[in-house]
Design a protein around this ligand. Structure first.
Ligand SMILES: NC(=O)c1ccc[n+]([C@@H]2O[C@H](COP(=O)([O-])OP(=O)(O)OC[C@H]3O[C@@H](n4cnc5c(N)ncnc54)[C@H](OP(=O)(O)O)[C@@H]3O)[C@@H](O)[C@H]2O)c1
Length: 285
């Protein structure tokens, strides 16, 4: 397949680009705003029409929930408008489109894990901007995969946008880290998500996927596990409430029940603790 991947300098996009290339696909990487700002409708369509991909994987976005809350206009530009542009372009060249969305489209009040048939109801600008992106995809495309993800960990991307690197930098400096106990999700490894996306894109099972490693954890549990596995003093990780340390409201509980992915017989996703151990092994190497 001819595949074009946006956000290919990012934590997830770079992983996906490598995996598709290794699998023998012809990959064009869109590395970021310096190369092409995907908020421009005209430039985006021109590029996609020139390349004529079979598949567009749109991972570019702004995942900084508090920054997007402060400047909602820019959040809608980066998360929603770029997705509208990619959806319009996919329609024009008849390409399949995969869009990476988020568990922040849910309000977190359900009390049990969210599956694909639960109603979205975002409580912050980031969640709204990504949900609006989903609507743009459905408006223009028939052959789409909307892949919703919980908190991602991995070793790629800009260090300042990489959760594990940020945590380890603070631990190295002996700084205390406050992590929320009241924000539970299904943390997932970019490598495992990438493997699932690679399988999914070779099917014509279009639609929504709440995709995640098995299990669930609070930010506090995840941070403590990273600290422990990397051999730092776990007392440096302190429990906190999201409302006291974050600007934007956070949904309390957004673990995933990946009904649709399980039903395509692509295998089960590993548990997040196993995934984290592999991720930290890769980091040590
Ligand atoms: N990381 C998570 O925990 C998480 C959880 C759920 C969902 N997601 C979703 O997964 C996707 C990938 O996340 P990630 O962690 O890989 O993000 P990331 O590391 O922050 O990478 C974002 C990428 O988007 C590019 N980009 C941003 N604005 C752009 C623009 N206007 N035009 C072109 N490129 C632009 C960035 O490049 P430049 O900065 O160089 O422009 C970068 O390559 C995002 O859509 C995010 O919403 C992430």
């Amino acid at each position: 397949m001819k595949v074009i991947i946006s956000g290919a300098s990012g934590m997830l996009g770079s992983e996906i680009a490598d995996a598709f290339e290794t699998d023998g696909h012809e990959v064009k990487r869109l590395l970021g705003r310096k190369e092409l700002d995907l908020t421009s409708t005209a430039d985006t369509l021109r590029l996609i029409e020139a390349y004529r991909p079979d598949l567009i994987i749109h991972t570019a976005g702004n995942k900084d929930v508090d920054a997007v809350e402060r400047d909602s206009r820019s959040g809608y530009f980066i998360n929603t408008l770029t997705t509208r542009n990619m959806a319009l372009a996919a329609m024009k060249v008849q390409a399949k489109l995969l869009y990476t969305s988020t568990d922040a489209i849910y309000n977190g009040e359900k009390g049990t894990a969210y599956h694909e048939y639960d109603e979205p109801d975002p409580i912050n600008v980031y969640g709204f901007s990504k949900l609006k992106g989903e609507e743009e995809v459905r408006k223009y495309c028939k052959k789409y995969y909307i892949v919703r993800l919980g908190l991602l960990f991995g070793n790629r991307g800009h260090p300042e946008n990489n959760m594990i690197r940020q945590i380890i930098e603070k631990l190295n400096q002996g700084k205390t880290i406050e992590a929320s106990v009241d924000q539970v999700c299904s943390p997932s490894y970019t490598k495992d998500v990438t493997a699932a996306i690679l399988k999914l894109c070779q099917t014509d099972f279009y639609g929504e996927y709440n995709l995640a490693n098995e299990g669930q954890a609070s930010r506090y549990e995840l941070t403590k596990k990273i600290c422990e596995q990397m051999g730092y003093d776990t007392a440096l990780v302190q429990p906190a409430n999201a409302g006291n340390i974050k600007l934007a409201r956070r949904p309390k509980y957004t673990a995933f029940d990946s009904i649709n992915y399980k039903m395509i017989n692509a295998g089960t996703m590993p548990h997040w603790e196993d995934a984290l151990a592999r991720c930290l092994d890769e980091l040590r190497r």
